[in-house]
Design a protein around this ligand. Structure first.
Ligand code: NAP
Length: 303
Protein backbone atom coordinates (compact mmCIF):
# COMPACT_ATOMS: atom_id res chain seq x y z
CA UNK A 1 0.00 0.00 0.00
CA UNK A 2 1.43 3.43 -0.87
CA UNK A 3 2.36 5.58 2.14
CA UNK A 4 -0.09 8.38 2.93
CA UNK A 5 2.43 11.16 3.43
CA UNK A 6 0.25 13.48 5.43
CA UNK A 7 0.59 14.28 9.12
CA UNK A 8 -1.25 16.43 11.66
CA UNK A 9 0.79 17.94 14.47
CA UNK A 10 -0.75 19.24 17.68
CA UNK A 11 1.56 21.48 19.71
CA UNK A 12 4.14 23.80 18.19
CA UNK A 13 6.51 24.44 21.05
CA UNK A 14 10.23 24.01 20.43
CA UNK A 15 9.91 20.28 19.81
CA UNK A 16 6.54 20.27 18.02
CA UNK A 17 7.80 22.97 15.61
CA UNK A 18 10.98 20.97 14.96
CA UNK A 19 8.86 17.86 14.23
CA UNK A 20 6.69 19.87 11.83
CA UNK A 21 9.71 21.38 10.05
CA UNK A 22 11.23 17.91 9.59
CA UNK A 23 8.05 16.53 7.99
CA UNK A 24 7.74 19.60 5.73
CA UNK A 25 11.41 19.26 4.70
CA UNK A 26 10.75 15.63 3.77
CA UNK A 27 7.81 16.54 1.56
CA UNK A 28 4.94 15.58 3.87
CA UNK A 29 1.63 17.45 3.78
CA UNK A 30 1.77 18.85 7.31
CA UNK A 31 -1.25 20.32 9.12
CA UNK A 32 -0.59 22.05 12.42
CA UNK A 33 -2.48 23.36 15.45
CA UNK A 34 -1.22 25.25 18.47
CA UNK A 35 -2.95 26.93 21.41
CA UNK A 36 -1.27 30.26 20.54
CA UNK A 37 -2.03 30.90 16.85
CA UNK A 38 1.16 32.95 16.23
CA UNK A 39 3.21 29.72 16.15
CA UNK A 40 0.81 28.28 13.56
CA UNK A 41 1.43 31.33 11.35
CA UNK A 42 5.21 30.83 11.57
CA UNK A 43 4.88 27.21 10.40
CA UNK A 44 2.39 28.12 7.67
CA UNK A 45 5.02 30.54 6.33
CA UNK A 46 7.36 27.53 5.90
CA UNK A 47 4.84 25.34 4.08
CA UNK A 48 2.46 23.90 6.71
CA UNK A 49 -1.33 24.04 6.56
CA UNK A 50 -2.84 25.78 9.59
CA UNK A 51 -5.86 24.44 11.48
CA UNK A 52 -7.96 26.62 13.75
CA UNK A 53 -9.24 23.79 15.97
CA UNK A 54 -7.77 20.52 17.24
CA UNK A 55 -10.57 18.60 15.52
CA UNK A 56 -9.86 20.26 12.16
CA UNK A 57 -6.16 19.43 12.58
CA UNK A 58 -6.79 15.76 13.42
CA UNK A 59 -9.26 15.24 10.60
CA UNK A 60 -6.67 16.38 8.02
CA UNK A 61 -4.45 13.26 8.28
CA UNK A 62 -4.38 9.60 9.17
CA UNK A 63 -1.20 10.09 11.20
CA UNK A 64 -1.66 12.40 14.20
CA UNK A 65 1.22 13.57 16.36
CA UNK A 66 0.88 15.31 19.69
CA UNK A 67 3.80 17.04 21.42
CA UNK A 68 2.79 19.44 24.17
CA UNK A 69 4.10 20.54 27.53
CA UNK A 70 3.13 17.51 29.60
CA UNK A 71 0.73 14.57 29.90
CA UNK A 72 -1.87 16.70 31.69
CA UNK A 73 -2.07 18.95 28.61
CA UNK A 74 -2.31 15.88 26.33
CA UNK A 75 -5.35 14.74 28.32
CA UNK A 76 -6.89 18.25 28.22
CA UNK A 77 -6.48 18.38 24.44
CA UNK A 78 -7.76 14.82 23.82
CA UNK A 79 -10.76 15.50 26.07
CA UNK A 80 -12.01 18.06 23.51
CA UNK A 81 -12.32 15.37 20.79
CA UNK A 82 -15.16 13.15 19.61
CA UNK A 83 -14.74 9.53 18.61
CA UNK A 84 -15.95 10.36 15.10
CA UNK A 85 -12.83 12.53 14.48
CA UNK A 86 -10.36 9.96 15.80
CA UNK A 87 -11.68 6.72 14.33
CA UNK A 88 -9.21 5.03 11.98
CA UNK A 89 -6.33 7.40 12.78
CA UNK A 90 -2.92 6.58 14.31
CA UNK A 91 -1.79 8.66 17.29
CA UNK A 92 1.87 9.13 18.19
CA UNK A 93 2.51 10.98 21.44
CA UNK A 94 5.99 12.53 21.82
CA UNK A 95 5.12 14.33 25.06
CA UNK A 96 7.41 13.36 27.95
CA UNK A 97 5.92 11.99 31.12
CA UNK A 98 6.02 9.21 33.67
CA UNK A 99 5.08 5.67 32.61
CA UNK A 100 1.70 5.69 34.37
CA UNK A 101 0.67 8.72 32.32
CA UNK A 102 1.68 6.91 29.11
CA UNK A 103 -0.66 4.06 30.07
CA UNK A 104 -3.51 6.48 30.87
CA UNK A 105 -3.04 8.28 27.53
CA UNK A 106 -3.09 4.91 25.76
CA UNK A 107 -6.43 4.07 27.43
CA UNK A 108 -7.82 7.47 26.51
CA UNK A 109 -6.73 7.07 22.87
CA UNK A 110 -8.39 3.66 22.69
CA UNK A 111 -11.62 5.06 24.18
CA UNK A 112 -11.55 7.71 21.45
CA UNK A 113 -11.23 4.92 18.83
CA UNK A 114 -7.79 5.81 17.47
CA UNK A 115 -6.73 2.69 15.58
CA UNK A 116 -3.20 2.68 17.03
CA UNK A 117 -1.44 4.47 19.89
CA UNK A 118 2.34 4.74 20.04
CA UNK A 119 4.32 6.54 22.71
CA UNK A 120 7.63 8.09 21.66
CA UNK A 121 10.49 9.38 23.82
CA UNK A 122 12.74 11.75 21.88
CA UNK A 123 16.31 11.73 23.17
CA UNK A 124 17.58 14.80 21.34
CA UNK A 125 17.14 18.55 21.52
CA UNK A 126 15.08 20.06 18.66
CA UNK A 127 18.19 21.09 16.68
CA UNK A 128 19.44 17.46 16.55
CA UNK A 129 16.10 15.97 15.51
CA UNK A 130 16.36 13.83 12.40
CA UNK A 131 20.06 12.96 12.78
CA UNK A 132 20.88 9.23 12.56
CA UNK A 133 22.49 9.29 16.04
CA UNK A 134 19.44 10.86 17.71
CA UNK A 135 17.41 7.99 19.18
CA UNK A 136 13.65 7.93 19.54
CA UNK A 137 12.27 5.13 21.73
CA UNK A 138 8.84 3.74 20.93
CA UNK A 139 6.37 1.61 22.84
CA UNK A 140 2.85 0.70 21.78
CA UNK A 141 1.21 -0.26 18.52
CA UNK A 142 3.94 -0.55 15.88
CA UNK A 143 1.35 -0.08 13.11
CA UNK A 144 1.54 3.69 13.70
CA UNK A 145 5.26 3.64 12.88
CA UNK A 146 4.94 1.17 10.01
CA UNK A 147 2.32 3.41 8.37
CA UNK A 148 5.16 5.90 7.75
CA UNK A 149 6.80 3.40 5.39
CA UNK A 150 10.50 4.03 4.77
CA UNK A 151 10.08 7.54 6.24
CA UNK A 152 9.85 6.05 9.73
CA UNK A 153 13.43 7.20 10.40
CA UNK A 154 13.20 10.83 9.23
CA UNK A 155 12.90 12.03 12.85
CA UNK A 156 15.97 10.14 14.09
CA UNK A 157 17.01 6.57 14.90
CA UNK A 158 13.80 4.72 15.80
CA UNK A 159 14.08 2.01 18.46
CA UNK A 160 10.91 -0.04 18.94
CA UNK A 161 10.79 -1.60 22.42
CA UNK A 162 7.50 -3.53 22.44
CA UNK A 163 3.75 -3.16 22.61
CA UNK A 164 3.68 -1.62 26.11
CA UNK A 165 3.50 2.21 25.64
CA UNK A 166 5.17 2.71 29.04
CA UNK A 167 8.43 1.18 27.71
CA UNK A 168 9.24 4.38 25.81
CA UNK A 169 8.98 6.51 28.98
CA UNK A 170 11.03 3.94 30.86
CA UNK A 171 13.84 3.95 28.29
CA UNK A 172 13.73 7.74 28.16
CA UNK A 173 14.27 7.76 31.93
CA UNK A 174 17.11 5.20 31.69
CA UNK A 175 18.92 7.29 29.05
CA UNK A 176 18.44 10.55 30.97
CA UNK A 177 19.82 8.85 34.12
CA UNK A 178 23.08 8.37 32.24
CA UNK A 179 22.97 11.91 30.90
CA UNK A 180 22.40 13.51 34.31
CA UNK A 181 25.11 11.33 35.86
CA UNK A 182 27.63 12.43 33.24
CA UNK A 183 26.51 16.05 33.52
CA UNK A 184 26.92 16.02 37.32
CA UNK A 185 30.53 14.80 37.03
CA UNK A 186 31.27 17.34 34.34
CA UNK A 187 29.78 20.26 36.30
CA UNK A 188 31.77 19.30 39.40
CA UNK A 189 34.99 19.13 37.33
CA UNK A 190 34.42 22.55 35.81
CA UNK A 191 33.42 24.11 39.14
CA UNK A 192 36.77 23.00 40.58
CA UNK A 193 38.61 24.18 37.47
CA UNK A 194 36.94 27.59 37.62
CA UNK A 195 37.76 27.97 41.31
CA UNK A 196 41.45 27.13 40.88
CA UNK A 197 44.66 28.65 39.52
CA UNK A 198 43.95 26.71 36.33
CA UNK A 199 41.03 29.03 35.47
CA UNK A 200 41.54 31.10 32.34
CA UNK A 201 39.39 32.43 29.51
CA UNK A 202 38.09 29.45 27.50
CA UNK A 203 39.43 26.93 30.06
CA UNK A 204 36.17 24.96 30.24
CA UNK A 205 36.02 24.45 26.46
CA UNK A 206 39.71 23.50 26.35
CA UNK A 207 39.10 21.04 29.19
CA UNK A 208 36.47 19.31 27.05
CA UNK A 209 38.42 19.21 23.80
CA UNK A 210 41.93 18.60 25.18
CA UNK A 211 41.20 16.35 28.18
CA UNK A 212 37.71 14.82 28.10
CA UNK A 213 37.52 13.97 24.40
CA UNK A 214 40.83 12.02 24.36
CA UNK A 215 40.03 10.12 27.57
CA UNK A 216 36.40 9.37 26.65
CA UNK A 217 37.39 6.10 24.92
CA UNK A 218 39.04 4.89 28.14
CA UNK A 219 35.91 5.83 30.11
CA UNK A 220 33.76 3.80 27.69
CA UNK A 221 36.11 0.82 28.03
CA UNK A 222 35.65 1.03 31.80
CA UNK A 223 31.86 1.22 31.43
CA UNK A 224 31.96 -1.87 29.17
CA UNK A 225 33.95 -3.71 31.85
CA UNK A 226 31.37 -2.63 34.45
CA UNK A 227 28.52 -3.79 32.19
CA UNK A 228 30.10 -7.24 31.80
CA UNK A 229 30.59 -7.53 35.57
CA UNK A 230 26.95 -6.49 36.16
CA UNK A 231 25.65 -8.98 33.56
CA UNK A 232 27.74 -11.76 35.16
CA UNK A 233 26.97 -10.69 38.75
CA UNK A 234 30.69 -10.91 39.53
CA UNK A 235 32.21 -7.64 40.72
CA UNK A 236 35.63 -8.86 41.83
CA UNK A 237 38.52 -7.32 39.93
CA UNK A 238 40.05 -9.34 37.18
CA UNK A 239 43.85 -9.76 37.38
CA UNK A 240 45.66 -6.47 36.91
CA UNK A 241 42.51 -4.60 35.89
CA UNK A 242 40.23 -2.09 37.49
CA UNK A 243 40.30 -0.37 40.87
CA UNK A 244 38.98 -1.80 44.15
CA UNK A 245 36.24 0.06 46.02
CA UNK A 246 38.50 0.34 49.07
CA UNK A 247 40.93 2.46 47.02
CA UNK A 248 38.24 4.41 45.15
CA UNK A 249 36.57 5.36 48.44
CA UNK A 250 39.82 6.92 49.65
CA UNK A 251 40.26 8.65 46.27
CA UNK A 252 36.82 10.26 46.54
CA UNK A 253 37.47 11.28 50.15
CA UNK A 254 40.72 12.99 49.07
CA UNK A 255 38.85 14.71 46.27
CA UNK A 256 36.27 16.10 48.69
CA UNK A 257 39.16 17.64 50.61
CA UNK A 258 40.44 19.30 47.42
CA UNK A 259 36.91 20.51 46.68
CA UNK A 260 36.60 22.06 50.11
CA UNK A 261 40.08 23.70 49.85
CA UNK A 262 38.84 25.35 46.64
CA UNK A 263 35.57 26.48 48.25
CA UNK A 264 33.58 23.90 46.27
CA UNK A 265 30.82 21.75 47.74
CA UNK A 266 30.97 17.97 47.32
CA UNK A 267 27.23 17.59 47.89
CA UNK A 268 26.69 16.09 44.45
CA UNK A 269 29.05 13.22 45.31
CA UNK A 270 27.95 12.64 48.95
CA UNK A 271 25.34 9.95 48.12
CA UNK A 272 27.90 8.08 45.97
CA UNK A 273 30.52 8.19 48.73
CA UNK A 274 27.96 6.85 51.21
CA UNK A 275 27.06 3.93 48.93
CA UNK A 276 30.75 3.12 48.44
CA UNK A 277 31.45 3.22 52.19
CA UNK A 278 28.42 0.98 52.90
CA UNK A 279 29.59 -1.60 50.37
CA UNK A 280 33.16 -1.57 51.73
CA UNK A 281 31.86 -1.96 55.32
CA UNK A 282 29.84 -5.00 54.22
CA UNK A 283 32.96 -6.70 52.83
CA UNK A 284 32.98 -5.40 49.24
CA UNK A 285 36.30 -3.56 49.46
CA UNK A 286 37.90 -5.70 46.76
CA UNK A 287 35.00 -5.29 44.37
CA UNK A 288 34.74 -2.74 41.59
CA UNK A 289 32.50 0.32 41.53
CA UNK A 290 30.04 -1.68 39.40
CA UNK A 291 28.97 -3.62 42.52
CA UNK A 292 27.02 -0.56 43.75
CA UNK A 293 24.30 -1.50 41.26
CA UNK A 294 23.34 -4.21 43.81
CA UNK A 295 22.54 -1.70 46.57
CA UNK A 296 20.65 0.95 44.56
CA UNK A 297 17.28 -0.95 44.39
CA UNK A 298 14.86 -0.24 47.23
CA UNK A 299 12.73 -3.35 46.88
CA UNK A 300 10.03 -2.24 44.44
CA UNK A 301 8.75 -4.49 41.64
CA UNK A 302 10.48 -4.20 38.23
CA UNK A 303 8.73 -1.66 36.01
P1 NAP B 1 7.57 24.08 24.84
O1 NAP B 1 8.45 24.77 23.87
O2 NAP B 1 7.45 24.65 26.22
O3 NAP B 1 6.11 23.97 24.20
C1 NAP B 1 5.01 23.55 24.96
C2 NAP B 1 3.84 23.33 24.03
O4 NAP B 1 2.71 22.90 24.82
C3 NAP B 1 3.40 24.60 23.28
O5 NAP B 1 2.92 24.23 22.03
C4 NAP B 1 2.30 25.10 24.19
O6 NAP B 1 1.37 25.95 23.54
C5 NAP B 1 1.64 23.78 24.55
N1 NAP B 1 0.77 23.95 25.72
C6 NAP B 1 1.14 24.22 26.99
N2 NAP B 1 0.05 24.28 27.80
C7 NAP B 1 -1.01 24.02 27.01
C8 NAP B 1 -2.41 23.93 27.24
N3 NAP B 1 -2.92 24.08 28.47
N4 NAP B 1 -3.22 23.65 26.19
C9 NAP B 1 -2.72 23.47 24.95
N5 NAP B 1 -1.40 23.57 24.65
C10 NAP B 1 -0.56 23.83 25.67
O7 NAP B 1 7.99 22.55 25.04
P2 NAP B 1 8.77 21.62 23.98
O8 NAP B 1 10.24 21.83 24.15
O9 NAP B 1 8.17 21.75 22.64
O10 NAP B 1 8.45 20.20 24.59
C11 NAP B 1 7.24 19.52 24.26
C12 NAP B 1 7.37 18.09 24.78
O11 NAP B 1 8.51 17.48 24.14
C13 NAP B 1 7.62 18.04 26.30
O12 NAP B 1 6.91 16.98 26.87
C14 NAP B 1 9.11 17.81 26.39
O13 NAP B 1 9.49 17.13 27.57
C15 NAP B 1 9.36 16.94 25.13
N6 NAP B 1 10.77 17.01 24.70
C16 NAP B 1 11.36 18.23 24.52
C17 NAP B 1 12.71 18.27 24.17
C18 NAP B 1 13.41 19.59 23.99
O14 NAP B 1 14.66 19.61 23.98
N7 NAP B 1 12.71 20.71 23.80
C19 NAP B 1 13.46 17.08 24.03
C20 NAP B 1 12.79 15.86 24.17
C21 NAP B 1 11.46 15.83 24.53
P3 NAP B 1 1.66 27.54 23.50
O15 NAP B 1 2.62 27.77 22.38
O16 NAP B 1 0.30 28.09 23.25
O17 NAP B 1 2.21 27.92 24.85
Amino acid sequence: MPVDRSVSIIGLGLMGSALARTFIKNGWKTTVWNRSPAKVDLLVATGALGATTVTECIEASRLVIICVLNAGVVHEVLATLDTSSCIGRNLINYTSGPRLRALQTHEMAMRLSFSAYLHGAILAPPELLGLPDSPIYYGGNKAALEAMGSDYSILGRPVYLGDDPALASLMGCIMMDSFFGLAVGFLQSVAVLKSSKLRAPGAAERFVSEELVPISKNYLTTLRDFARQIDNGNYLREDGRGMPLSLLTKTLQNMTQTHSENGISSTLFDPLLKLMQDRVMKGGGNEELSSLVEIIPVGSQPL
